[in-house]
Design a protein around this ligand. Sequence first.
Ligand code: PEP
Ligand code: MN
Length: 432
Amino acid sequence: MAALQSLVQKRNPHRSEMPLSLPSKAPYAPKLVLVLRTETSSSQHSIPLPRVPLPGFRGRFKLLLPERASQMLVVMKAHATPEEVSAVCNKIESLGYRAHSIPGAERTAIGITGNKGEVQPGALEEMPGVQEVIPVTKPYKLVSRDMKPENTVISFPGSDATFGGSGLAIIAGPCAIESREQAFAIAERVHRAGAQFFRGGAYKPRTSPYSFQGLGEEALRIMSEIRDHFGMKIVTEAIDHESLELVEQYADVIQVGARNMQNFSLLKRVGRSRKPVLLKRGMSATLEEFLMAAEYVMSEGNYKVALCERGVRTFADHTRNTLDLSLIPAVQRLSHLPIFVDPSHGTGKRNKVTPLSRAGVAVGADGLLIEVHCDPDRALSDGMQSLYPDQFDALMSQVRQIAAVVGRTVPAIGGPRVPASDASSKDLRAAQ
Ligand code: PEP
Ligand code: MN
């Protein structure tokens, strides 16, 4: 197998045929492992080869690559120099292809034609001045950085809070609004700790129909009072068209939950709303499916979309879900949309929320979504993953320090933003 792998690695990437030979006394059933990679996914295929009783085996493989896989575009960084652009063009030509350099207002894109097989992006991707090498057959357009190289920043009238700006957006509150008292008690604490966005479910998508389903419009009214009282913006989920009609009236941000990430009619309806949307990743959604869901919303004219990684289903049973932090840089590479991390649903365990919040900020998230409850043992939903308010205070203080390292700021306790470097480093090591 090692011999096969090195053969595959060593072969000229632009040849469609490769000679293959196996060691003479192969003591194993030979297999050819093909790893097929696209920009956003990879799959592995194992092809059994005939067992070879005789010394030596010679074969010939034909790799037929679809024509469309060869359509590539090199997107140069905005500040790429003319020398860097021509070095990339020369490299493309030296590989036997034609380079078409197309300068744009922001940056230069270089189209590649004349290639019979697949262009290996690796050779070009690492060259100075190259931002990325992309297949032009990408299914998503509006979410893509090709369309809009600069980050999207969503602002909120009457507030300096943003999604995607230099300040981190902290969304905190209970899983569900259970009563006015419960919601106000939590709101008071998260506001004091610096959260500028208050979350709470009015409509809860529950696994069991017998579990608490949310207070509906009453919860929306409570949250709107919380906005008036504390000045926090309200984030809450719409689970269907009916609830969306009301959520749209009361909320500042419409959340689309993991279970609805591919509810295409809801996505289209949300796309016709004027309110910003927080779109959570489906439990088994690939990056491409996630971006396509955002594309649905944007294709209807609502460009105020933020994404949220909330963990995916895996075999792991030490957490509720597996929080996929690698998604953050992957999204940021492909899309201009802000991306959040939700370590509450991502882990389902209170003791893992703070460490993964720190990690989420370190990896470059634009914000966090954190569940907080004053009495989590009696919470009507997601108590196990809800932080006590004191723990949320500690989280904020730690996150403030991490933010400084990645050049972000966080809201100060109950007041204006302070540079994150003002926070003391001892908090970082504080017990959770
Ligand atoms: C929530 O944020 O309360 C929620 C239900 O999240 P998710 O859709 O990610 O499960
Ligand atoms: Mn929840």
